[in-house]
Design a protein around this ligand. Sequence first.
Ligand SMILES: [Cu+2]
Length: 645
Amino acid sequence: MRRLFTALLLSAAAPLSAHPLDALTAPEIDGAAAILRAAPQWTKAARIASITLLDPTKASVLNGTAEPRRAVARLLVGSTAVEALIDLAARRVTTWTPAPGQQPSFMLAEILGSVDIVKADKGWRAAMGKRGYTDFSGVLCNPLAVGFVADPALRTERLMNVPCFDATGAKNNTFARPIEGLMATVDLTAKKVIRLIDLGMVPVPAEMPQHDYASQTKYRKPMKPVVQANPAGSNIAITGSEVRWDNWRFHVRLDRRVGPTLSLLRYDDRGTERSVAYEIAPSEMFVPYMDKTPTWSFKSYLDAGEYGLGLLASPLSPGRDCPATAIFRDAVVAGDNGKPMTIPRALCIFERNMGDPVWRHTDPFTANEESRPQVDLVVRSIAVIGNYDYILDFVLTQAGEVEVRVGATGIDAVKGVATQSMADATAAADTAPGTLVAPGLVAVNHEHYIGFRLDLDIDGTTNRVAIDHVAPQTITGNPGRTSLWSIDEMIQTQEGPVEGHGHDALIRILSDRPRGKLAQMPSYELMAGHAATSLLDPADPVQARAGFTKYSTWATAYQPDELYAAGAWANQSPAGQGLPAYVADKQSIDGKDLVLWQVVGFRHITRTEDWPIMPTLWHSFRLRPHNFFDRNPAMDVAPDFASKP
Ligand SMILES: [Cu+2]
């Protein structure tokens, strides 16, 4: 009894958050909202768009010195954006900074409210009447970020573009029957439609696809179970938000804006814990569509800054989205007006055995066989942004590698067209921007860029960036051999794009201190993987808001407020924010605390197999130790799970 009482006292005295990098808790979000409302700057016209953890200073985290918990809020006061910093312990607003002309991310009430505004608009109702709609109960509208605002008179207004769909009878695909050619622009402040584009009637596709299992007409034979299993229990140990697995240790949280965030990533190198990264997280996403029609050409989403990858994290389904044996973690994010929202099972953490060897060899002379089974750790979340689902994975391997994977699935954005078949005379014109995926439906071509911010700290915070060019050489004096290649190492000393990806160069981030008996400079290679860069004209206003997509890799000097590849205020942003601005002063990065940025980029040339729902397509990049360990770090992996040392 006494022990129970002591435990209760201890838990009552425990701080609200156990780790300085923990996401804000529900009481902290409530507290931040209350502090804002009590602030002298608060007015009745103020609305809170977002509240998130304001990162503690890096030095305080690394030194273990406690700092008061702080939050950053973005507000709208009337129509003016404000950034407020809040000291949660002192219960006060420390800075209140208006950002005229900028827009915080959308509030859920704005997204839902704009649908009602459109449906009440006389002009829209008349245009719908011409299309035969008098009852709008089956009509669903999809409010969208407007991106760049071409009309200078509207540039400071807070806007959404709202196309609608006939979703009568829709169970799970509300995007399949577009009411094409009609789109309203809503002024969210004035709460009215300020523009209606009506390009004329396009027949609504007849088919309503359903992708639930019961709706299918043909079934393949269900498989006998193929599952991940942990018959002797999990190897994952979690304390608070700190995860230990195999030789890895890290902190994980779901950030409202950028989503899954790994911090303090360390690897136990035979008894010495060594730093690999301070923080790894998505930063921004850019998805431009390739259709010049006025109801499509604006589509160029910056999903993290306009909506929020953490805010839109989807609850994960055990046994389907993640193995049933995964550890599932709820997340708390601030909803509208600083109201905490719990997202159940927003993160999953699991081990997986893909059936691959982490290494193997059979000696050709002695026939000695040695092989080691590979087990990986995966941290997963899935952001559902309207029609699209993005699976965001961090994969840690026993060989010290980190793979960052993005799986694209969900429903292609589709456009209603007259063409029913590619044999139709209208087919060539209608399918110029994409692919006919169903009668009367074109999936429009587009591309996806997911910019990750990689605050790597290889054995500490003073690092360098090396580009190892693979340089062809001509050799003379040997008639049997006239060419080879060798490595030409170049150190990048200034902020900017890091160029040299492809098969002719290796990009590495290295410590500035030699280590071990070989006195090698420990480093990690950034293996680009899928790194398409944007083909749009740099002067195109759509592209100019997302300048980070012109290069696949960037390096910047660490700055605590440089977090977002397309800038802190991404919604309706002007040109040039984010990485292009961060590197403009060309600070030195040599032997400094530096940040790498890697953009996973892929063009989505749509295909019939993407419809009615797209099989998951994975893209990735990899961080791979390079002279970081003095030998294969997976030498000590046991040959069998039962093996005793
Ligand atoms: Cu796509």
